[in-house]
Ligand binder design. Structure first.
Ligand SMILES: [Zn+2]
Length: 342
């Protein structure tokens, strides 16, 4: 799922995403949209789909992660989290119920519960207290959500989030509690917070066996291109990551032959496409030399062309994975991938 933090995937139009790249679901960030332009304004303009003219599905996070990573002073209580806006210092409060209300106002198709995402590393004791709070908040969010759903003609999903820092026992305990909510899908959060990569996969392994097989599982905030199949191998269906878009803007491009850091002098007069195996608009029409020139000159077209390619690369990898699963060849696909990395 490409990340559209501020109701836009930076550098791409909705036509690029939908028609050309074939994206069908993107993310919006509740924290950012709550602060600016405000969820009430978006509701009054017909919801986020209409506001940004997006024909596909939208998933919104609860804002919790950004509160913990971006905002200034913040205070966590059992009720929720009070924080200062990173834009102007205003004080706001998120509770499990209020973040559902904000996401309902946005008209999100898949909403996330408010959770606490602890930094890395934390003690087992802190992680346990924090995990218990996340479980309690998920219960409160679901109570509020079910009341709203009973009165609503639409069907929007709410996913709880498995936490527990890097402790398998806490991950398992959290998962078991959240199962009682009988949710439409489950997310695994608290990953990509600075832990070594193998540990992220281990935490998914700890949570996954207990999650219902017939519901989507969403690993939040992962991963590098060669990790996507590893998450799928561990039962993950959905992922989001800012890497393809953020790295694109920094000139770091993912290709079928590995990464290309476009500023390197070796691409100065390289007439070839960025990725000969890629069918995106950028690769069909422009040389590495031209892309490098745009990057060096600080031209905004670079961000657009680079983002288009990186998003295509991620979506292509997921298409390859889906096709290999349907053909019964995923184990071989994974094996080839692992050999290539060694
Ligand atoms: Zn391309």
């Amino acid at each position: 799922m490409p990340v559209g933090t501020q109701a836009t995937v930076k550098g791409l139009s909705q036509r690029d995403l939908w028609d050309e790249l074939g994206a069908r679901i993107i993310l919006g960030n509740t924290y950012h949209l709550f602060l600016r332009p405000g969820h009430e304004l978006i509701r009054n303009l017909g919801g986020l789909h209409r506001f940004m003219s997006w024909p596909g599905a939208l998933l919104t996070d609860s804002g919790g992660y950004q509160v913990f990573s971006l905002s200034g002073l913040r205070k966590i209580t059992d009720e929720g989290v009070t924080f200062q806006s990173h834009l102007n210092g205003d004080t706001h409060k998120f509770t499990p119920a209020s973040t559902v209300d904000v996401q309902v106002a946005l008209g999100s198709d898949i909403m996330m519960v408010l959770d606490e995402c602890p930094e890395y590393p934390v003690s087992h004791e802190y992680a346990r207290v924090s995990m218990a709070r996340t479980v309690r908040w998920a219960g409160e969010a679901f109570t509020h959500y079910r009341q709203w759903m009973d009165a609503s003609p639409t069907r929007n999903a709410l996913f709880p989030i498995v936490q527990g820092s890097m402790f398998p026992d806490l991950r398992r305990e959290c998962t078991r509690h959240l199962l009682e909510l009988d949710a439409d899908g489950y997310a695994i959060g608290g990953l990509s917070v600075g832990e070594p990569r193998p540990l992220s996969l281990e935490m998914v392994e700890a949570s996954e066996p207990d999650l219902p097989r017939d519901r989507p599982r969403y690993a939040m905030g992962v991963g590098m291109p060669n990790e996507l199949a590893e998450y799928v191998a561990r039962g993950i269906d959905m992922m989001d990551c800012v890497l393809p878009t953020r790295n694109a803007r920094n000139g770091w491009l993912f290709t079928s032959e590995g990464k290309v850091v476009i500023k390197h002098a070796r691409y100065r007069d390289d007439p070839g496409p960025l990725d000969p195996a890629c069918g995106c608009y950028t690769c069909r029409n422009y040389s590495r030399a031209y892309l490098r020139h745009l990057f060096q000159a600080g031209e905004i077209l670079f961000a657009s062309l680079a983002t288009r390619h990186n998003v295509q690369r991620y979506l292509d990898i997921m298409r390859e994975i889906r096709e290999s699963i349907l053909a019964g060849e995923f184990p071989r696909y994974l094996d080839t991938l692992r050999r290539g990395i060694e």
